[in-house]
Design a binder for this molecule. Structure first.
Ligand code: DQA
Length: 145
């Protein structure tokens, strides 16, 4: 049976397409989600997309993913760099979570080089635009994670 995957996007990612297109590209969040959903068909997987600008709502979404999804593709936005609460939520749920970023966080400002969620995620994929999400999908669908 195909896997059921949650794509979770954090703060400011609702503004994709408008927000700093030189860094994040011209695609909207809706387009990004459609692209991931289409790619999921290859694996016989199904994908739901959720976005919130609120840390607590992201924690609630991670908790609620337990028992519903087989894995999570998570772009935590700027929370990546300092949210121990999100890190604890990822560690608490018994689900593989892949950390993704559109931009290459290691090639930007020093504060973006640190990810406090990386140690509790199964992988970090950064700098491939929507390709980061597609690579994360392949990882969750093709490998025993
Ligand atoms: C981001 C990188 C973060 O540093 C930034 O705060 C974001 C987006 C990315 O997808 O490249 O909001 O996670």
């Amino acid at each position: 049976m195909g896997k059921h995957i949650l794509v979770l996007n954090g703060p400011n990612l609702n503004l994709l397409g408008i927000r700093e297109p030189g860094i994040y590209g011209n695609d909207t969040l809706e387009t990004l989600c459609e692209t991931v959903k289409k790619e999921a068909e290859i694996y016989g997987a199904t994908v739901d997309c959720l976005q919130s600008n609120h840390e607590g709502a992201l924690i609630d979404a991670l908790h609620a993913a337990m028992g519903v999804y087989d894995g999570v593709i998570f772009n935590a936005g700027a929370y990546t760099h300092y949210s121990y609460a999100l890190r604890d939520a990822i560690a608490a749920i018994r689900l593989p979570v892949v950390e993704v970023h559109l931009s290459d966080i290691h090639a930007r400002e020093p504060f973006r080089h640190v990810s406090v969620i990386e140690p509790v995620c199964v992988a970090q994929i950064s700098g491939l635009g929507v390709g980061s999400y597609l690579k994360a999908l392949a990882l969750l669908c093709e490998e025993e994670v």
